[in-house]
Each structure stands twice: as structure tokens, then as C-alpha cells.
Design a protein around this ligand. Structure first.
Ligand SMILES: [Zn+2]
Length: 279
């Protein structure tokens, strides 16, 4: 029998979990009750930014959006599971305030890590693909399993030591003044491939609608296109020339066609959190 390593949420995490629970129960009770009828694999659960305003999430979210969303997704998954839904919900916050609004053409490296709201026109679409989001590993000495969060378009992180075996070995070494009865932890760890978590993604190219209108009035202007990546239920739903509002994280990525591995140049990549269609 394998055991699963767990950790207790810190006080801020507990506050975030509690806030999301209250927010869902107070505002989305009837939507949640319908969740058992959903048949799709992934359901984007749209939440208006306004609802976060009177809660602690109003100040926590802008400073730590990833943590707030990760815990919110955990809460909404529990809510769906409690209602026997087979669908995996994903929180999509929409209708952000004006203070999140930004122009694609104004983005610079200083904006890295910010979640911003952009008007965008879709100019190109890539073939949908998948990526390894979370890998699962097992220690064959003690049987414990754990997951590693991977990063998109980076080398896969490996797991080379079992923290449980290591902790036990250090404890015994301390107690026995360096004469532990057990051997040092081995690297007898493998990936449980069939339990790896993959996610659907699609790279899309977008441009700023204001750049297009400038070009129409002045031949000298250039239209730049920017790379964005959408995931889960958004994959395969956009079309070329579609105008959308995208709420996305500004991140930096390697040049797609770099000539050497350690190239320091970076391109912007917009990691899309939510999409609002105009029609
Ligand atoms: Zn172990």
C-alpha cells in the first residue's frame, strides 16, 4: 500500500480556502447544484471580479494570484465532487476592473508576472497539443508517492531522492550518533507514467486592435504579433480575426527558434487565464 504525502495549509491559505467556500456557497449555489448534469471534461466556471471585492481575496489576489487560484480551484473541485459531478471545473475570473487594463504594445519586461487585461485580435492559431503538467513519482524502498509540478516549455524536473526515507535516515543518524541501522536513502525512484497529469494547450498569435487601426490610417506603422497560450476548455475555440478580451499573465520565454541553448534573449508569452468574447 502506498501512502500520499500531504501538508497542512498555512494561515493565509486557510483564509483563502474559507473565502472561496463562502463565495461559492453565497453566490453560485444553484450553478453548483447543476454541476452533476455537466458532461464535458473541463468546465470553465466564470466568476466576476466584482464578487472578490468585498472579500480578503481583493487584496490577496493581485499580490498572489497563482496561490489564490490554485486554492480556489481546489475548493470548486471539492464542490463539484460533493455533487457527484464527473466534470473538472476551472475558475475563470472575468470582468476585471479598469486598473487591470493594458495595451499589448505597451508591455515590457518590467510587467513580467502581472495579470493584465488586453483587447486582442487573434491572428494565427497553432495545432492543439498537450504538456506534462504534474509528474507522479514513487519510492520503491518505502512505497510513498508524490507529485511534482512541472513548468511549461522547460526541462522536466526529476525526482532523485525520497524525502521520507531521507528524513528517517537523518533522524536515526542523530539518535544513534552516526550509527544508523538503516542504509542511506537510495535513488530507487521511478515515475508513475500512467498517473502523470497532462493538460491540453494551444499557442495562438494575437495583436492589438489599436495597432491594426493605426496601420489602416498610416502606412508607416507596423503591426506586431504576440504569442499567447490557452489551456483546457479554451483549446480549439478561438478563430482567426476574432476580437476578444484576454486576461493573461505576462511571462518571458525562450526564443522559439534560438540557435544555442543558453541564449539569454526572451520573448513575451501571454499565459491566458480567461477569455471574454465580444459577441
Ligand atoms: Zn522512500
Amino acid at each position: 500500500m502506498s501512502t500520499i504525502r500531504t501538508t497542512e495549509p498555512d494561515p493565509e491559505a486557510q483564509l483563502i480556502l474559507h473565502t472561496w467556500r463562502k463565495l461559492f456557497e453565497n453566490n453560485y449555489g444553484s450553478e453548483l447544484d447543476r454541476s452533476s448534469l455537466y458532461e464535458q471534461d473541463v468546465f470553465g466556471f466564470e466568476i466576476r471580479w466584482e464578487l472578490l471585492k468585498d472579500t480578503p481575496l481583493h487584496s490577496i489576489f493581485p499580490n498572489n494570484p497563482k496561490k489564490a487560484l490554485e486554492l480556489g480551484n481546489q475548493v470548486i473541485r471539492e464542490q463539484f465532487q460533493n455533487r457527484n459531478s464527473i466534470t473538472r471545473p476551472v475558475i475563470r475570473i472575468v470582468d476585471f476592473d479598469q486598473e487591470f487594463s493594458y495595451f499589448l504594445e505597451d508591455v515590457r519586461t518590467r510587467d513580467r508576472g502581472r495579470l493584465l487585461s488586453f483587447q486582442a485580435t487573434v491572428t494565427n492559431l497553432d495545432t492543439p497539443m498537450g504538456w506534462l503538467k504534474k509528474s507522479k513519482h514513487i519510492c520503491h524502498d518505502c512505497g510513498v508517492t508524490w507529485s511534482l509540478n512541472q513548468s511549461l516549455a522547460r526541462e522536466r524536473k526529476r525526482s532523485t531522492i525520497c524525502l521520507d526515507c531521507e528524513r528517517e535516515y537523518i533522524k536515526q543518524m542523530k539518535e544513534s550518533k552516526g550509527k544508523a541501522n538503516i542504509p542511506p536513502p537510495t535513488n530507487h525512484i521511478t515515475m508513475l507514467v500512467e498517473e502523470n497529469v497532462y493538460e491540453d494547450i494551444q499557442y495562438v498569435e494575437i495583436t492589438c486592435p489599436s495597432m491594426i487601426s493605426k496601420v489602416l490610417h498610416d502606412d508607416d506603422n507596423q503591426v506586431y504579433s504576440y504569442l499567447a497560450v490557452v489551456d483546457d476548455e479554451y483549446v480549439g475555440t478561438l478563430s482567426i480575426n476574432q476580437e476578444v478580451t484576454i486576461n493573461a499573465w505576462v511571462e518571458l520565454d525562450h526564443l522559439p527558434n534560438r540557435d544555442f541553448a543558453m541564449d539569454t534573449r526572451r520573448v513575451f508569452i501571454f499565459k491566458v487565464h480567461s477569455i471574454e468574447s465580444k459577441n
